[in-house]
Each structure stands twice: as C-alpha cells, then as structure tokens.
Design a protein around this ligand. Structure first.
Ligand code: ADP
Length: 423
C-alpha cells in the first residue's frame, strides 16, 4: 500500500525472530480469549489498550469509535488522554489518521507524526507524551468498521514493523467483535431494568383485578381498588413514555429545537403551572431572577424545571418554602447561567446522593410515593447535558435540597440591552 512504508526486515537471526513471533501470537490468542469474556464496556476498552501497548511494544494506545447514531468519531479510551478531554473531543473524519483509517478501511503507518498532513494536531495539546510515530488499524466487526485502534511511539525509537501491523490488525478485529457484544449486552441490560420496574405496577394491577372479582367486596373497598388501579396504570404509562424519552436522549436521537428565549419568563410560566399543587400543601414559591436570553429547546427545558419544581413540592414539608434562583455573571466572557431550585424538605442522605441521578433510583423511605418513576431526574440531567450544561445536587438531611443546573448562554443578550436603544 502506497500510504504505508514498512521498514526493512529486522536484523535479528531468523530463529530468534520466529520464536518471538510465536510468543507474540500465543499472547495474542490468550488476550483474545480474555476479551470475548468481558462484557463491561469500559473494562474491555482498557484491556484492549493494554494489549495494544504490550503486543506492539509501544508507549501509548488509543481507541476511537464511530458513534452509531451520529456517525461522529470520538476517543473512547486512551492511555494518556484524560477522560474529560477525550469526551469533549470530536475527531474530524478528514484531517485525522483515525478518520482516514475508518473511511478507507486500511491500516496507516505514520513514521513522522508531527510532519504528517493526516495528523490531527488538536490531540497533541492534551496528551502528556509527544507522538513520534504511530500505527493505526481499522476495527472491523463483521462487515462494519466501528472505529480505529492506534499504537503510538514504538519503544527504543524503533519503527513499527510488518509484524506489528499483523498483530494489531488481528487484535483490532477481535476487539471490535468484543465491543459489539458488550454494546448488545448493555442494551439488553437497559431493557431488563425496565422489565423489572414494570413488574411492580403490573403485580399491583393483577392483585386488584383478583380482588374486584370477589362478589362480596364492599362498595367503598371497590372504589379504593379502582383508584389504585388508575394510579398504577398512570404510572405504567409514565414509565414507558419516560423510558423511551431517556433511551432517545442517551442514544443521541433527540433533536433539540434551539431558539433564543427569556429564561426568566420560562421560570415564571413553569411556576404558574405548579402553583396550585404547591398551595395544596401550603408551600410558598419565591422567584429571584432577572431576564436573560439563552439559546435552547424551550419545551425540553420547561420539562427540566417542572421536574425539579414538582419534586421540590412532593418531597417538601407542609408550609415549606421553595426558592427558584437564576444567576448569571455580568462580566464579559462569562457565558453560563445557573438555575437552582431550593426546598425545605427532608433532604437526601449522603449515601443516596451518589445514586440520585441513576435510572429508577428512588430513596428508600420515599417508595411510598407510588406516583414516582425514578426517571425524572436522570431525564432532566440528560436534557441539560444535551445543551452542554451540568446538573448537580446539594442537600442536607432534615434541612432541604438544592438542585442546580447550568446552561451556556450562547447568543446571550440581556433583555434590557436588546430592547433599549443604543446610546
Ligand atoms: P420520581 O418520579 O420518583 O420523583 P425523580 O427521578 O424525579 O423520580 O427522583 C428520584 C428520587 O429522588 C425520588 O424518588 C426521591 O426519592 C428523590 N428526590 C428527588 N427530588 C428530591 C427533593 N427535592 N428532595 C428529596 N428527595 C428528592
């Protein structure tokens, strides 16, 4: 292949070369067996990285995968890039070695990375080691190319050899199939969780119908049972719709309808929706917010605010307070807004705080609130993350909880600045 120039064969005696090749091959087989038995995707990616470093005697390795939904190429694992940097980095299909490998389905040898036009310079800013040379091979699962595996800086300043190409190609093929298996398993896991959660309301419905069939059932009891059935069917409907919402968000299939709007107006509007519900529990809601225009999906962000507010009402005490605060730094260059919803409820224990944004998680003593699905918060967090924001929680048991989220302001103009004539 013209894109790759392989170095001349090694200077070691043939017998020695053959023995080391066999040892390498045996090790490759051993690693392949380990890979196919790992179903945890992150653990698997780490194993592949370590195997690539060991088998090609390199300094570092990276795995880049094509997102099945968006088609974007991203670093999924790398021995010398921090996970934060990795997650934020989309590698262009044109103008990167991995992009070339994924598009052409062939390996690439880069003997002099810094002077190679295919080299994606952006990565270099975030890695500890400087890349000298590199070998990248496609990761092919069945007929599809799912990504690229890269080995960087062959040790002792040596060039990569034809054996390295063969070994890394075989490893990448095994790794690709193992990744596909782990992904399938993850999806099944997600569905298994839903099925498990659906069983509780279904069991309640089944028990209710059995009771209703008893001819001797008193009328008031019958009404009670019908009310339970209505509540449980509502919860089933909510669970399935919310589950689909979440699955769409997590797979990147949710399209955000981005437009500028006043966040303060949205807060007012959302508080109006829940005001009645709050009054029923004698809860007061205060708003401390100035107008600020943000760019986002207004409908989806309303869903986020509604979730936080209804939780702040549901898990508050009677006669409690809720403060909704909107903060945005006035200085130039500060481009995020922060919204927080603070309640005076029972708070959330430290051990529960770590799990509160997990699917279906409900705090043990709030299980009595059968109307909950345990999906609201994770959906809210995913919506905020889809806007490149963050969501977090601060809480003190017995005092209350504050849920906050940030949003980038993007095309920010304060309402006042936008409407007042320029001087
Ligand atoms: P749910 O539909 O159960 O309310 P969420 O995902 O919105 O689902 O919330 C998950 C769990 O987190 C709730 O069941 C509750 O135990 C806890 N929680 C959420 N918000 C609060 C809050 N403001 N105060 C105390 N606990 C809360």
């Amino acid at each position: 292949m013209s894109a790759n120039s392989l170095p001349a064969s090694e200077s070691r005696p043939v017998g020695e070369q053959y023995a080391s090749l066999m040892a390498r091959y045996e090790r490759l087989m051993e690693i392949s067996r380990q890979l196919t038995s790992t179903l945890d995707l992150n653990a698997l990616l780490d194993q592949i990285i370590q195997a690539a470093i060991e088998l090609t005697e390199s300094q570092a390795a990276s795995i880049l995968l094509v997102d099945p939904q968006t088609g974007e190429l991203r670093f999924e694992a790398a021995s010398d890039i921090s996970s934060g940097t990795r997650d934020a980095l989309i590698v262009p299909k044109e103008g990167s070695v991995a992009g070339w490998v994924v598009t052409h389905g062939e390996y690439v040898l880069v003997p002099d990375a810094p002077n190679d036009p295919r080299w994606f310079q952006e990565v270099e800013k975030s890695v500890k080691t400087k890349t000298r040379n590199m070998l990248a091979v496609p990761m092919r699962a069945h007929t599809r190319i799912i990504g690229a595996l890269e080995a960087l800086n062959k040790r002792n300043d040596a060039p990569f050899t034809a054996d390295d190409v063969n070994t890394l190609t075989t490893l990448a093929a095994q790794a690709a199939i193992a990744i596909e298996n782990a992904r399938l398993f993850q999806q099944n896991d997600f569905i298994a969780e839903l099925v498990h959660e659906l069983r509780t309301p279904l069991a309640a419905l089944k028990a209710s119908t059995m009771l209703l069939m008893r001819p001797s059932l008193p009328e008031d009891r019958r009404h009670e049972i019908i009310a339970t059935m209505e509540r449980e069917t509502d919860r089933l409907i909510r669970m399935t719709t919310e589950f689909l919402d979440l699955a769409r968000l997590e797979s990147g299939r949710t399209k955000l309808e981005m437009a500028p709007f006043d966040l303060r107006e949205l807060i007012d509007e959302t508080v109006t929706v829940v005001r009645q519900q709050a009054q029923e529990r004698a809860i007061t809601i205060n708003i401390d917010a100035e107008s600020v225009v943000v760019e986002g999906d207004r409908g989806k962000l309303k869903q986020v605010l509604l979730n936080l507010l209804t939780n702040a009402i549901k898990y508050n005490r009677e006669h409690g307070l809720i403060d909704v605060c909107l903060r945005f730094p006035q200085e130039r260059g500060q481009d995020t807004v922060t919204v927080s919803v603070r309640d005076t409820g029972r708070g959330i224990a430290k051990e529960d705080q770590a799990h509160i944004f997990e699917r279906f998680y409900r705090v043990a003593d709030s299980e009595g609130f059968t109307q909950g699905t345990g999906l609201g918060l994770i959906i809210a967090k995913r919506i905020v993350e889809a806007h490149n924001g963050n969501m977090w929680l601060e809480s003190e048991p017995g005092v209350g909880s504050t849920f906050s989220f940030t949003l980038p302001r993007q095309s920010y103009k304060s309402r006042r600045a936008a409407t007042s004539p320029a001087h």
